[in-house]
Each structure stands twice: as structure tokens, then as C-alpha cells.
Design a protein around this ligand. Structure first.
Ligand code: BES
Ligand code: MN
Ligand code: ZN
Length: 489
């Protein structure tokens, strides 16, 4: 698996700057040089740094931007990356600066000189988030990442300040690894094993197999996996770091390891993208890892439904009626609307078993949300304004796009079935909202709930704010912040 890049924290050795290999990065405020590294680099480069800082280019650069001085005379380094950031920079500009630095870095080694900046740990976090590559299936490519040395006045203090941000970035990378992994590798069983491997962090991980799921009455979830050779599984991860007996936050994830559409087969073009249809489960997994790794003082339970949606002689047919764990019967009009069939059973189970204080489900649920919001924002649906606003605030502060969408009885009416209690599709109009209304039917009265449709944000074809092309890890930081700010004692 791709590992988080390693960061070494040391005291700044001014004399070593001349011979440092790879790249050297320094921070310069709009108010001039910060710390001791700048003046030394300026002296070594015979004033080139000062000329750069006095240039119009630098003046016009935004907070958090990086301007590169290539092949500087007087230094062994291939480049000096000059980070424009004032001492009073907000955390998001500092994180952006780290991202910009990572983009410039490539595979080279990096000596990052950080003066005593209040937001130094955010720069390191931005760097860690963006320094991600998915290479397990590359045979040729050199997988080595150039080392990162963070040179600063108080290395022990900064290293301690970076522990939590790096734990969270580790969770984001775990999500990306899962989402990027192809479906022949990340089968339902392999996914469950990777979740069981989180136990050493202090998580209790339980895997429920098909007989237990049948026993619980999860026939809606099971109907999705019928056509696949891979067995359906539900994995429950408990982190009980909070008050004993206090109701947990429940995180619920759609984990369709591959979505062919089933008998309602998808078109061939682009079907390969459906390897990311376990993005909800992947995000829950990454959030649980982050929460456990930073030893959050909160009770959190993660539950994921792992299935593969395949056509076969045993697959569910359009027109079949299945019975959910709740007891509601569902007419399966379209076997490609499978995510909601998985979620409804695990949502019901987690409410019955844990009586959560809040329930947040995540799913790559509909193409319709991509039409509505593109890749910039996750669709947010909720029955609770206060919880919803807390989430939107958390997402905004982490720089993760989120936009609230409506719910309403008229949308739910689109799901009326002639022969069963409900049908699994509501027609073309407002497809992401009718999907949310389907889920809402499985939310108990009084249960605060948020549904996040991440079909557009879990994986992107262009680099996103914190990630290169591919899986983004969207939501790990927002969920972590939601819990940190609202559910930690
Ligand atoms: N996994 C898809 C949704 C999806 C689309 C995720 C694009 C990521 C990118 C989901 O299971 C699906 O197929 N939804 C259907 C629902 C329809 C049949 C009501 C869709 O959106 O077309
Ligand atoms: Mn589908
Ligand atoms: Zn799907």
C-alpha cells in the first residue's frame, strides 16, 4: 500500500542549506523574509531570492502560492520553492501552501524551512495530503518518494503539533487507496480483511457474513449481491473513545465493490469507473482510521455494506420484490439503483443496535447528483437543520465542497409502487433527491440524519483541491471535524 510520506523534523542547519539535495523551500511573508533560512538563501544565491521577492510576480502572487527559483547558483539544490504566506495566514491558506509545495516537489527530496509560524502544521498537512500516488500496480515506476526534512526552530514541538494532522491525512490516504483499488483486487472479502487490519489501532471490528445477514433480515442488501461470486458482507467498526454508554455517531457507507448495474446492465463506456462505487464505505473506513489514530474522545461506530452488483442467473431481476430488514417491501424496478438497497438495511441495523446520536450515510449513489453539482460539491440531504449546519460548517472549514439539497413529500411520492410498499427508483426528475427520499424512509422518527451523495466527489478525472487525479478521500476531514467540534467531550 502507498504509505504516507515520511517527515523528519530537525533543527535548521544553516550551513547545510548550500549542499542540500533536491529542493529547498522557504516561507516568505508579503511583509518580507521570515526566519533565518531566507537571508542565508539570499546570500548563497547572490541576491536572487531578494530579486524574486521584489518582483511584480511575487507581489501579485496570492497567499499560499509557491514561486520557484530554478537551479540557483551557489546551491546544490535543483530549486528553491518560495512559499508566500504571512505569519497571520488562515489555516486554509497554509494548507493550500502545503498543497502547492507538494505539486512543485514531484519525486525530489525536500528541505522545508519553517520559521516559527503559527500555521506550520497546516503547511505540513497540505503537503502530506497532496503527496499521494497510487502505485501498487506499477511494475516499472520507481516507488521511492524523496525524503522530507522539516527544518524549524523547535522540531519536537512542531512534530507533536503535526501528529493529529498527519493521522488525519493517513485516514484520507487509506480512503484513496481503497477507492483507487481495482475490483478484482478489492473484492468484498479483501475489503473486509483490510478493515479487520484496523483492529491494532484500538477499533473493534466485526464482520457479518451472509448467514448472519439473512438471520438479521437484510434481504434488500443480500438481493444486490446475489448475482456475484463474491459473498456479501457487512463490517462494523467501533471506536469507543468517549463517555461510557454515550450514544455514538454512526457513519454508514455504501460499499459496492463493482457496479455493473446488474440485469439493468450499464453501458460499456465508462463502466470501469464503477470500481469506485465503494467510495462511501472507503470514506467511512478512512474516517474511522483517522478517529482511532488520533484517539478521539468520542464514540463512533462505522458500518459498511460490501457487495458486488453483477448480472447472472441468480441475480435479482427488475420487477422482483424484496423485504428489507425494517419490514418494508421494495419493488426493484431497476437493479442499477442498488446502493439504496444496501444502505437501507445497514442504516436500519445501526439504528436498532446503537441508537445513534447522529447518523451520517455516505454513498456514490446517483449520476443525478453529478449532473446537479458536478465534482465540486457533495450533495447534502438532512432531516435536522442543526446537525446539517454543523456538518456544512465542518466541511467548509476543511475546504471540502458540500451543498444542501431539498427533501419533501412530493419527491417521496415519486417512489409509490403498485405492488409493494415502495419502489427503488423515482424516474428521471430530481434523481438524487428521490434516492435520498428512499433512504429517509429507513430513518426512524427523531433520528438526526445526513445523507451525503459523493458520486461526483469521491473520485475525479482532474486533480482536486488536495488530491491528484483519481480518488480524493473527500469527507474524511469533514467527518473528523464534525465529530471533533460537536461530539467530543
Ligand atoms: N453507482 C451508481 C451511481 C454513480 C454514477 C456513481 C456515476 C458514480 C458516478 C448508482 O448505483 C447508479 O447506478 N445509479 C443510477 C440510479 C438510477 C438507475 C435510478 C444512476 O444514477 O443512473
Ligand atoms: Mn448502480
Ligand atoms: Zn452504484
Amino acid at each position: 500500500m502507498s504509505k504516507l510520506a515520511e517527515f523528519r523534523f530537525t533543527e535548521l542547519d544553516l550551513d547545510a542549506l548550500a549542499t542540500a539535495e533536491g529542493r529547498v523551500a522557504i516561507v516568505v511573508g508579503s511583509d518580507g523574509l521570515l526566519g533565518k533560512a531566507g537571508p542565508r538563501v539570499n546570500r548563497l544565491t547572490k541576491g536572487a531570492l531578494k530579486r524574486l521577492i521584489e518582483s511584480e510576480r511575487f507581489e501579485k502572487a496570492k497567499e499560499g502560492e509557491v514561486i520557484t527559483l530554478g537551479y540557483p547558483t551557489g546551491m546544490a539544490a535543483e530549486a528553491v520553492d518560495v512559499l508566500k504566506l504571512t505569519r497571520t495566514a488562515k489555516h486554509d491558506s497554509a494548507r493550500k501552501a502545503g498543497v502547492a509545495l507538494a505539486k512543485a516537489k514531484g519525486e525530489a527530496a525536500l528541505t522545508l524551512c519553517l520559521a516559527n509560524l503559527p500555521r506550520a502544521s497546516e503547511i505540513v498537512m497540505g503537503l502530506a495530503l497532496r503527496l499521494y500516488r497510487f502505485t501498487p500496480h506499477k511494475t516499472e515506476e520507481d516507488k521511492a518518494q524523496g525524503a522530507i526534512t522539516v527544518a524549524c526552530p523547535k522540531p519536537d514541538e512542531l512534530e507533536a503539533a503535526c501528529a493529529q494532522p498527519l493521522a488525519i491525512a493517513g485516514g484520507v490516504h487509506f480512503t484513496r487507496d481503497l477507492v483507487n483499488e481495482p475490483a478484482n483486487v478489492l473484492t468484498t472479502s479483501e475489503f473486509a480483511s483490510r478493515l479487520e487490519a484496523l483492529a491494532p489501532l484500538g477499533l473493534t471490528v466485526k464482520v457479518l457474513d451472509e448467514p448472519e445477514l439473512a438471520e438479521l433480515g437484510m434481504h434488500s442488501l443480500l438481493s444486490v449481491g446475489h448475482g456475484s461470486a463474491s459473498p456479501s458482507k457487512v463490517v462494523i467498526m467501533e471506536w469507543m473513545g468517549g463517555e461510557k454508554g454515550a450514544a455514538p455517531v454512526a457513519l454508514v457507507g455504501k460499499g459496492v465493490v463493482f457496479d455493473t448495474g446488474g440485469i439493468s446492465l450499464k453501458p460499456a463506456a465508462g463502466m470501469e469507473d464503477m470500481t469506485m462505487d465503494m467510495g462511501g464505505a472507503g470514506t467511512v473506513a478512512g474516517a474511522m482510521q483517522a478517529i482511532a489514530a488520533r484517539k478521539a474522545k468520542a464514540n463512533v461506530v462505522g458500518i459498511v455494506g460490501l457487495v458486488e452488483n453483477m448480472p447472472s442467473d441468480r441475480a435479482t431481476r427488475p420487477g422482483d420484490v424484496v423485504t428489507s430488514m425494517k419490514g418494508d417491501t421494495i419493488e426493484v424496478i431497476n437493479t442499477d439503483a442498488e446502493g439504496r438497497l444496501v444502505l437501507c438495511d445497514i442504516m436500519w441495523h445501526v439504528q436498532e443496535a446503537y441508537k445513534p446520536a447522529a447518523m451520517v450515510d455516505l454513498a456514490t449513489l446517483t449520476g443525478a447528483v453529478v449532473v446537479a453539482l458536478g465534482h465540486e460539491n457533495t450533495g447534502v440531504y438532512s432531516n435536522d437543520d442543526s446537525l446539517c449546519n454543523s456538518f456544512l460548517k465542518a466541511a467548509a472549514s476543511e475546504g471540502e465542497g458540500a451543498w444542501r439539497m431539498p427533501l419533501g413529500q412530493a419527491y417521496a411520492d415519486q417512489l409509490k409502487s403498485r405492488i409493494a410498499d415502495v419502489k427503488n427508483v423515482g424516474g428521471r426528475a430530481a434523481g438524487s433527491v428521490t434516492a435520498a427520499e428512499f433512504l429517509k424512509r429507513f430513518v426512524k422518527d427523531g433520528q438526526p440524519w445526513i445523507h451525503l451523495d459523493i458520486a461526483g466527489t469521491a473520485s475525479t478525472k482532474a486533480a482536486s483541491a488536495f488530491a491528484p487525479v483519481g480518488a480524493t478521500g473527500w469527507g474524511v476531514m469533514a467527518l473528523n471535524r464534525l465529530i471533533a467540534d460537536n461530539f467530543e467531550g
